[in-house]
Design a protein around this ligand. Structure first.
Ligand code: BJW
Length: 233
């Protein structure tokens, strides 16, 4: 695509929907059975750690039953073949981008396959359950590991790296996100200030659709491979 060198891609739950991972705010949303304030805040964790650990243990275990889809693979192809700068910023806590082959990737809301020790502050790769209070592999203290997930009121990861990638961006593309959660929802505005062209790919109009130069509505598994083909042509 003429004049494009620096790209920032933002992804949300919609890109993993066709892999069978529930989105957050749809009719079958992940939080249908769980009130968000019961599970996705530090206060909820302090109040009822067993409930929160069980919720995340189930989602971590479910990763073994899902596979990357055509949209994840298309972004990995872009990552491999794009000669300019690229950063894929995902709000998703699943590991489907990396299993699809993406490398230039940042998980701004944390990762299911990581645990954070509240005793020694280490972040460790974690694939099993946390509900039984296992010892931290770094400091050995039991019962202090929490899901390494950014909850409401906590600072998302990598904000400096994201801002550094946004400043020189000439193309910003948002895929499969409702635009309901900040600061991710504000990145389109940052992109506009940077002078980048902005494109949204989503199943339906999002809260921020009006801010994009172009919106394409449909399934990520179809729209993303077609867009990557266009870009690499
Ligand atoms: C398809 C598809 C298909 C379906 N193909 N598309 C008042 C105003 C403004 C902000 C605030 C406010 N009060 C509080 C805040 C801040 C707060 C916030 O934004 N609250 C809002 C509710 C208003 N944000 C925070 O607290 C954040 N931290 C923060 O702000 O720190 C301060 C700070 C930061 C930076 C600079 C300065 C200060 C932290 C937010 C953490 C969010 N964490 C969660 C939970 C993680 C735990 C978990 O996974 O359980 O992350 S919330 C949840 O929403 C999750 C997601 O990453 C996030 C976004 O959801 P997403 O991905 O958009 O999913 P959906 O379901 O909403 O949408 C899916 C879309 O896909 C839909 O549009 C579908 O149509 C589409 N789709 N199938 C294509 N096949």
């Amino acid at each position: 695509m003429a004049g494009v060198r620096n790209i920032v891609v933002l992804t949300g739950a919609g890109i993993s929907a066709e892999s069978g991972v529930a989105t957050f705010r749809g009719p079958d949303g992940l939080w249908e059975g769980h009130r968000v304030e019961d599970v996705a805040t530090p206060e909820a964790f302090a109040r009822n750690p067993a409930l929160v650990q069980r919720f995340y243990d189930e989602r971590r275990a479910a990763l073994a039953r899902v596979e990357p889809n055509a949209a994840h693979r298309a972004l990995a192809r872009l990552d491999a073949d794009w000669p300019g700068e690229l950063l894929i910023v995902t709000q998703n806590v699943d590991d489907l981008h990396e299993r699809g082959g993406a490398r230039r990737l940042l998980h701004m809301h944390g990762e299911l396959r990581s645990a954070w020790c509240l005793r020694c502050n280490a972040r460790v790769r974690w694939d099993g359950p946390l509900r039984d209070g296992p010892p931290c592999p770094a400091c050995g203290v039991a019962g202090r590991l929490r899901p390494d997930i950014v909850w409401f009121g906590e600072m998302p990861y990598g904000m400096e790296r994201i801002e550094d990638a946004m400043r020189p961006a000439d193309l910003f593309i948002s895929i499969g996100t409702s635009g309901a959660v900040y600061p991710a929802a504000g990145l389109v505005q940052t992109a506009r200030w940077a002078g980048a062209r902005t494109l949204e790919l989503n199943l339906e109009p999002s809260a921020g659709s009006y801010m994009f130069d172009e919106c394409r509505m449909g399934r990520a598994g179809e729209l993303v491979p077609a867009w990557v083909d266009e870009l690499l042509a």
